[in-house]
Design a protein around this ligand. Sequence first.
Ligand code: ARG
Length: 475
Amino acid sequence: MKLWGGRFRKETDSLVNDFNASIHFDSRLYREDIEGSMAHARMLADCGIISQADREQIQRGLEGILADIEAGAVEFTADNEDIHMNVESLLTARIGEAGKRLHTARSRNDQVAVDLRLYVRREIGEIMAQILDLQQAVADQARQHQNTVMPGYTHLQRAQPISFAQHLLAYGEQLRRDVTRLADCRARLNVCPLGSGALAGTTYPIDRFETARLLGFDGPCSNSLDGVSDRDYALELLGDLSILMMHLSRFAEEIILWCSWEFKFIELDDAYSTGSSIMPQKKNPDVAELVRGKTGRVYGSLMGLLTAMKGLPLAYNKDMQEDKEPVFDAIDTVKMCLPVFTGMIATMRVLPENMRRAAGGGFINATDCADYLTKKGMPFRDAYTTVGNLVYYCTQNGKLLEELSPEELKNISPLFGEDVYEALSLETCMGQRRSRGGPAVEETSRQIEELEQFISEYRGKTTKIIGGSRAEVCG
Ligand code: ARG
């Protein structure tokens, strides 16, 4: 008979039984569920709601179940619907009477709410650690390519000279925001819904501060209806992961372009590329393409849960059982993408000659040419038009700006002197861009240092988040 079978006179239809069950995906919450139960039982005993002897039996019973699950010795059943009722049934089967007291002053609604929060909290720490690894790979590649000149693009048109280091470090910044966004999510989610009951709290003299503390939360949530119906933290996580994947996808898109024969700015390591079944010459950037593709899947999880939540009246509704699969899938997807992406970045071979060659075409020193005239006294807007005419002249005569003779230049403006050739060299154009955040070596060095400081600061914080997620109740 069902744990809730008392009110019923018929067996559940077998299709309904399977339809209603969530055990085939929420079984992965077994540890969080057991930790939550251990905390709850300890609090019940401390508040005199159950006896210390019952609490000890419950604790030992749950420890045994945890060990057996981890040893693969437990079979969950759809008859017991979800992880919460599976664990409770196992406990009662093992310890009898005391097991039946565990659910005092508790509901599956606050139980599932606390389980998912604990799960998300730990996973956030693990994802943060993986992002830090990727940032380190970015910093390492950047350090080696501070003098590697490449064209910077806008509209995918060659725009101004930058270094490969500066380009990579832009991704370092995106990832920095991803890490702090996850840390923010973690900080906001860290309130404990346990003790909200089904929705309306309880008449038992429970101590919600104790369970919150035992489970490593900052305190209990303030309102019991909100406690059982809030899934903002899951949505925030999915939002954060969607933005992270959007960043990886943009990075992936560039990797794919850079690998093409049209660019050939980089070559991926053989270990991170794949071949074609028919074209013997092919070396494809499948890893980058898959990351780009899986981004859509993570967005789908966010949209799915937002949509599931949008029409729900307070408090718990069964629709909310649909929160877990998108959260799990997005976490699994991101955790699969990050390490392989990191390996791909760490092992890619950069081809500076090809970047330099591309930087040589496309008049990417045109702004510098206008700046040259401006520094000689011409108003910038006039200098801009003058150089525009010069570029047109070059395109008609098949020349680059730096290939024009002093006479051709002076014909356009008498302000041009011999020093213009030095001013137009790509090394000058890049090296003189010392404004904060620019591509000059001084600036990329500062950015690398800043990034590495961030990585070491957050390594510590991340270790604490992961460590702090092991609830202390288990002892
Ligand atoms: N399996 C359920 C879920 O994942 C647990 C809570 C069920 N509560 C209920 N009153 N049916 O949401």
